[in-house]
Write a protein that binds this ligand. Sequence first.
Ligand code: GUN
Ligand code: FE
Length: 450
Amino acid sequence: MSPFASSISKVFYGTFIHSVSIKEIEYVPNGLLFVNTHGRIAKIVKNVPKDQVRGVLDGVADSKVVLLNDDQFVIPGFVDSHIHAPQYAYCGNGHDIPLLDWLDTLTFPHEAKFKDASYARRVYTKAVARSLRNGTTSACWFATIHLDATKELVKVIEEQGQRAYVGKVNMNQNSPDILRETTQSSVADTRAFIKFVNAINDAQSFDTKPLVTPIITPRFAISCTSDLLTELGKLAAEFDIPVQSHLCENLNEIEFAKSLFPNSTDYTSVYADHGLLTHRSIMAHCVHMTDEELQLMKDRKAGISHCASSNFNIKSGLANVRKMIDMDLKVGLGTDVAGGFSSSILDAFRTARTCSIARSPDNSLLVPELFYLATVGGARVMELDDIIGNFVVGKEFDAILVNTAAKHSPLDIFEHDTIHTKFEKYLFVGDDRNNEKVYVQGKEVRLPDF
Ligand code: GUN
Ligand code: FE
């Protein structure tokens, strides 16, 4: 066998669909996509007639070839740039209250239960499995303040094989006693958590980046004192790791945050003033941003996670994603479970579209833009677009094999359907039942049969 042939672990033959830019989805019919033993895309050959496949295989054994039928196609895995793992336990409940009351009455009492690491494992096992089942190959997870429970989340993610950023949440003010740390314990536990993840990664060998990365996670400015935010900014710099938080989600939240930090020009500046707004920062929501705040995000190269479903459910408002795109800000989609009622990025895709139409019907987001946000956009927000997001030789193969004719599929296929219409039906009508297989770094993820 040639060195090339032996370096290949799998070859897909069929239709690939991915974003090549925010304006353009590329359909590659009759394509051959070679994945190597390191999980990377080794080669792509387009437009190969079926009877010529063998000639293009370059000696790769037939047993490594996955032949797709006309109802199937491969797309990049989805990126969920904002999701709360503990909140999955009450996903779909309690939406009729705005943010600050929702946190006090529903979220904080529930998150307090994660003091019990075995309870955390039970919830996290389902949260991660459901996220993967929905085709999310990369996710930015918030855990809770609890060190042990957050370690459990990392272990569950490692076991199930998702690419993820995982954050131990920091909170030392404006929260109930059971969910309030001291500055010192918050910083010490965050440092211990980072070291825990780094030790797991050091014990393995990676060709590129490890699958799981710790992320600094101040819940939001309201939950953290200035001295805690300062220490967290220092940790982000010391370990060169990303940062995630919430920003300008709800009008009462903004007023409260501004009242707590009168020395900062605006809410976005609170993070900037504490070393927490960098090219590695991911800010969820950004619904009510001034022009100056959006410009500051752009100047710092910080990313935005647009969570339309949550913004509708807990009545936060309609984010101006068109403006963010026009400014070339980094934007991805987030499910924001349990503010959002679904951990599916297909739901985030649809709701982002509805949100953009409600904001501006004549200038709403189009399918290519939304699909880009769900894949490449999310990868940019996570600063992983050099290794995931679309199908480019050298990138890692994180993908979903979609079967539009799957058993119990929620969509129906007719004689007139083409691969284009099948793909659109999947985006608008499909669900996890159409996600036949999910791959992370070239490896098939074992999907639970719910
Ligand atoms: N702001 C601070 N905490 C949260 C949270 O858990 N969910 C949402 N949607 N916003 C927040
Ligand atoms: Fe959130």
